[in-house]
Write a protein that binds this ligand. Structure first.
Ligand code: PNS
Length: 159
């Protein structure tokens, strides 16, 4: 059985992430969505919230499951028996950010990263933009799973 890890901050998970997970499942049997920490980011949702929202969002996708990543991603990839990391690319800015991470992960452990081009119809869907739009009262229900839209709405009303 082939397993890949789709890692990320998922702060929060969006329809762009879900699209990459679905398409990754056309090339591997199981996709583990690894909810990790990016040391350079300040998060809106707690690790537990990001995990729960990702779980709720993929509950109906056979072959997808969600786990927290503690520590280095490459150690997690080995622990779960995955053969690769899969990440989505929306464009050149994503490529620039991902290039160093993929080379570092290969340097550390030999694990390869496979890139899937994101659906161009979702190229503007970034967690950071979704949070900003939502925070300013904009409509985001067609950009994120329903559970995430509800969670963002609760966050905004608590601000
Ligand atoms: O969605 P993001 O923030 O771009 O995802 C980046 C993430 C969380 C996958 C990356 O920061 C990561 O792998 N963090 C776990 C710790 C680690 O392995 N750091 C070295 C990365 S080369």
């Amino acid at each position: 059985m082939s397993i890949a890890v789709c890692p990320g901050s998922f702060d929060p998970i969006t329809l762009g992430h879900i699209d990459v997970v679905r398409r990754a499942l056309t090339v591997v049997d199981e996709v583990i969505i690894g909810v990790a920490q990016n040391a350079s980011k300040k998060y809106c949702f707690s690790p537990e919230e990001r995990l729960a929202l990702a779980e709720a969002s993929v509950k109906d996708i056979p072959g997808a499951r969600v786990l927290p990543v503690h520590g280095l991603l490459v150690d997690f990839v080995k622990e779960v028996g995955a053969s690769a990391i899969i990440k989505g690319l929306r464009g050149a800015a994503d490529f620039d950010a991902e290039q160093a991470m993929s080379l570092m992960n290969r340097h550390l452990s030999g694990v390869e990263t496979i890139f899937i081009m994101g659906d161009p119809r979702l190229a503007h869907v970034a967690s950071s933009l979704v949070k900003d739009v939502s925070n300013h009262g904009g409509y985001i229900d067609d950009l994120v799973p329903p559970e995430v839209a509800a969670a963002l709405s609760r966050k905004d009303s608590n601000d």
